[in-house]
Design a protein around this ligand. Structure first.
Ligand code: NAP
Length: 251
């Protein structure tokens, strides 16, 4: 990769992407473009060129790569953001642009965990017993999948207040995931939660709720991951930085 004019496009939406962008913008001579889908109001942004909003599918992304002289795409999107990852694969393949995916490791169940693993949100909705008080650690766009569970009370935590009206059996608390297991445990007690429903996102940011459920013996309906992005895949920020360093040295 010639370090003079070529750019890196970093597809974000995760804590790791933000951290990587912050470290990259300090440590490399390569100009960086940080990209977000635009789902969150007032997102934290790194100190580099930033763009917000979709590209218009794989074709739109391929055009963006060509127009902006992008030499490397880093797909650091969420493990469940499968469309963006597929688009990144397709666009980089058709435009012959280098790509790597940063995929954090999933959470692993331990002896004390009461996980019921399911493969979809629909299956999670079916797995909840009647009378449950479920904490849904999912976006409000997924509440529709739980619409026929009038026999369950739901608590959702959202970064921003949802725009749409939610069913009567859904209560929303706004805020980011709790930083500690103690904070999450307090929330579960406060809302008399009997079940946690979440995705196996992995990473440290959302782990406190898993730890809190573990300590409290709370059943977790765990939605398993979809297939990961196409290789090459790296699992840590340090590995990505090493990869870029080596690529720059060999160019
Ligand atoms: P998705 O279904 O894979 O992507 C939907 C569309 O959103 C993509 O086709 C693309 O639009 C646009 N998009 C997604 N990520 C983008 C990015 N970093 N920069 C520019 N455009 C992007 O993704 P999603 O599940 O809706 O998630 C949206 C974003 O939120 C992702 O960036 C993801 O990292 C983050 N996120 C997702 C989850 C989750 O559970 N899915 C959780 C936390 C954070 P075009 O086709 O028009 O380019």
């Amino acid at each position: 990769m010639p370090a003079s004019e070529k750019k890196i496009l970093l597809l974000g939406g995760t804590a790791e992407a933000l951290e990587l962008a912050r470290r990259l913008s300090k440590n490399t001579r390569l100009p960086l473009i940080f990209s977000l889908a635009g789902r969150t109001q007032n997102p934290d942004l790194p100190d580099c060129e930033t763009r917000i909003g979709g590209f218009g599918g794989p074709e739109g992304l391929a055009t963006f790569l060509a127009q902006n002289g992008v030499a490397l795409v880093i797909d650091a999107t969420h493990p469940f953001a499968t469309r963006m990852s597929a688009n990144a694969f397709e666009a980089t393949k058709s435009s012959r642009t280098a790509r790597i995916a940063l995929v954090r490791s999933p959470w692993i169940t331990e002896m004390r965990d009461l996980w019921h693993t399911v493969l979809s949100i629909e299956a999670a909705a079916k797995a909840l017993p009647a009378g449950a008080r479920a904490f849904l650690a999912l976006g409000s766009q997924h509440i529709a999948e739980f619409a026929n569970r009038a026999d369950v009370e739901f608590t959702l935590r959202m970064v921003d207040q949802p725009q749409d009206m939610l069913p009567e059996n859904c209560r929303v608390i706004t805020g980011k995931p709790g930083a500690t297991a103690a904070a999450e445990a307090w929330l579960f007690t406060e809302h008399e939660i009997t079940h946690l429903v979440c995705r196996n996102s992995g990473g440290t940011v959302g782990f406190a709720k898993i730890e809190a459920a573990r300590k409290a013996g709370l059943p977790v309906i765990m939605i398993d991951r979809p297939p990961p992005p196409e290789p090459p895949r790296l699992t840590s920020i340090d590995e990505v930085l090493r990869f870029i360093d080596l690529a720059c040295r060999s160019s």
